[in-house]
Design a protein around this ligand. Structure first.
Ligand SMILES: C[S@@+](CC[C@H](N)C(=O)[O-])C[C@H]1O[C@@H](n2cnc3c(N)ncnc32)[C@H](O)[C@@H]1O
Length: 518
């Protein structure tokens, strides 16, 4: 199949398309095409060197001299034609000359650290969070301490992630960093890029050596995100057990872990696999296993596995696809292109303002703790992502002993109750009985203003969001947190709901890349 194979002709063509974008000063699309060109370049051909050299030209124009120099080095190390060395040499000395004017990326992440002592066995979460279980809610998380607005209670790494197809040439397949598109290709397949040799090695030692021969099919076939996640989880698990399916299956049948919070020792990857395996799933969710069947026929190593253990593999993949639809998270981030599609907009809601989020999803991931947090249409925590890490932050005061509630994408402020309940039943198989559903809170435009001073703050915050800097957002979060905390008796008022939206927006602004690619 054409898109599976390295091809000098295709690589050259992609670079030429990139050159047209470069001539039009559309640097983002130029680098994307150079990245694709790198992925299709045959090893040992000069296409690699040429693509790196062209990328160095773009970074030079963007005043990213360090990146430009690194790409010049890569060009030389990858068969850039010697007869053109003079061009690189000139660019190199200009970079060195201009280095002190280099643009720097310096996002301040100091806000995003745990507000409490970490749990000693699972340090990604605050030690005040406890697991409970009952008939109504299943497993759920409560806090044994009162939590204040703005508290950071979890910073969790994923067990597994999968990039959406559209972002394959924009982010590291392993850690999801964009690195301003400064990525390196897999030397064998054409669909995967990495930000560093470390990510390349880690991915390859784990899942990528299984996926690499069929990566084009995985990304272009009809496998949905949950199926791709199931497949990657399977390969990661297999790698941990020395590629032995017997060992993996025996481990899964002989061991059990109710949840991540029952693990009384620092977690290793085997326990993570057990914990993922223990997440809630629904057997009635239909999984088209024929697609897996087809995939495993495409490569000798996979075929061998399939012939000897088809039933066990199918059981694993089916279960994990079903786990995915109830538990896996979409990962959000800002577009990297200047003036990209998702720039935030303000919308008017009867005198108040609501902010449309500027971020969009680019990957899916599995998170052990966050998968134990239940839904409310009026949640008490908000989430943001730093690359592949999920950050959970308190968005309204939470009393000691109360449950932590996330939102699964259905908020009472903009979706009517019947629709929310129907969708939650359809996608998550439960009837929502949260306070917004049971007390039938109205949509944002129908809510009342209760406190005029807080309302003025809410309006001002919304108006300023569009042009807010990271520093201002950090300061504003503190102010908003204080106002929500103090006026929470008025919930659900226009001003508190509007401030909660600004709160989420401010966190996202703090994570907005300082440099976007024009
Ligand atoms: C991500 S899991 C949350 C943890 C889950 N309760 C468990 O026991 O593993 C999502 C599932 O939790 C349940 N759930 C989430 N929110 C709920 C709520 N507000 N009321 C009842 N069940 C809920 C649903 O079964 C849903 O499919």
């Amino acid at each position: 199949m054409e898109h599976c194979l390295k091809s000098s002709a295709k690589s050259t063509k992609l670079r030429e398309i990139g050159n047209k974008f470069y001539a039009d000063k559309n640097f983002f699309d130029a680098i994307l095409k150079y990245n694709e060109s790198l992925c299709y370049a045959e090893n040992g051909s000069d296409n690699m060197g040429l693509a790196y050299a062209n990328r160095s030209a773009v970074y030079f124009e963007m005043k990213l001299y360090e990146k430009s120099l690194r790409n010049i080095e890569l060009a030389r190390a990858n068969n850039y034609p010697e007869k053109n060395y003079e061009i690189l040499k000139k660019r190199e000395s200009k970079c060195q000359e201009l280095m002190k004017n280099s643009l720097k990326t310096a996002t301040d992440l100091s806000f995003f650290k745990l507000s409490y002592e970490p749990n000693k066995d699972y340090p990604s979460i605050a030690n005040c969070l406890k697991l409970k279980s009952d008939k109504k809610y299943g497993r759920h998380i409560i806090t044994n301490k009162a939590l204040a607005v703005g508290d950071v209670i979890a910073i969790e790494e994923p067990v597994c992630t999968v990039l959406q197809e559209e972002f394959l040439y924009q982010r590291c397949s392993h850690c999801l960093k964009s690195n301003l598109l400064d990525l390196m290709p897999c030397s064998l397949c054409c669909q995967v890029m990495f930000c560093s040799n470390i990510c390349l090695q880690n991915a390859y030692n784990s899942y990528h050596r299984f996926e690499c021969p069929v990566s084009a099919i995985i990304t272009t076939s009809f496998l949905n995100a949950n199926m791709r996640m199931a497949l990657r989880t399977f390969f990661c698990a297999l790698a941990i057990f020395d590629d032995s399916l017997e060992k993996l299956m025996t481990f899964l049948t002989e061991n059990n872990l109710n949840s991540i919070l029952d693990c009384k020792a620092e977690l290793n990857f085997k326990q993570k696999i057990l914990a993922i395996n223990s997440l809630i799933f629904d057997e009635s969710i239909d999984v088209n296993v024929i697609l897996f069947d087809e995939l495993f026929q495409l490569n000798d190593k996979l075929k061998e596995m399939w012939i000897s253990h088809r039933d066990e593999i199918i059981t694993f993949l089916k279960k994990h696809t079903q786990i995915g639809s109830l538990n896996y998270h979409e990962i959000y981030g800002w577009p990297l292109k200047k003036g990209g599609l998702y720039d935030p907009e303000m919308e008017n809601f009867k005198g108040t303002l609501a902010y449309r989020r500027g971020v969009s999803s680019f990957a899916n991931g599995s998170y052990l703790f966050c998968s134990l947090v239940n839904h409310s249409c009026a949640p008490n925590v908000a989430k943001v992502f730093i690359d592949d890490k999920i950050i959970m932050i308190v968005q309204r005061p939470i009393k000691a002993g109360s449950q932590i509630f996330d939102n699964y994408g259905y908020s009472f402020t903009n979706i009517p109750r019947e629709i929310r309940q129907m969708e939650l039943q359809k996608h998550y198989r439960f009837t929502c009985n949260c306070e917004a559903c049971s007390e039938n809170f109205g949509l944002l435009p129908s809510l009342k203003v209760v406190d005029k001073i807080a309302f003025r703050h809410a309006k001002k915050s919304c108006q300023e969001l569009a042009n807010m800097t990271q520093k201002q957002a950090k300061q504003r979060i503190k102010e908003i947190s204080g106002i929500i905390q103090k006026n929470f008796d008025n919930f659900p008022s226009v001003e508190i709901c509007s401030l909660a939206e600004s709160f989420q927006a401010c966190m996202e602004i703090m994570l907005k890349p300082e440099i976007l690619i024009p």
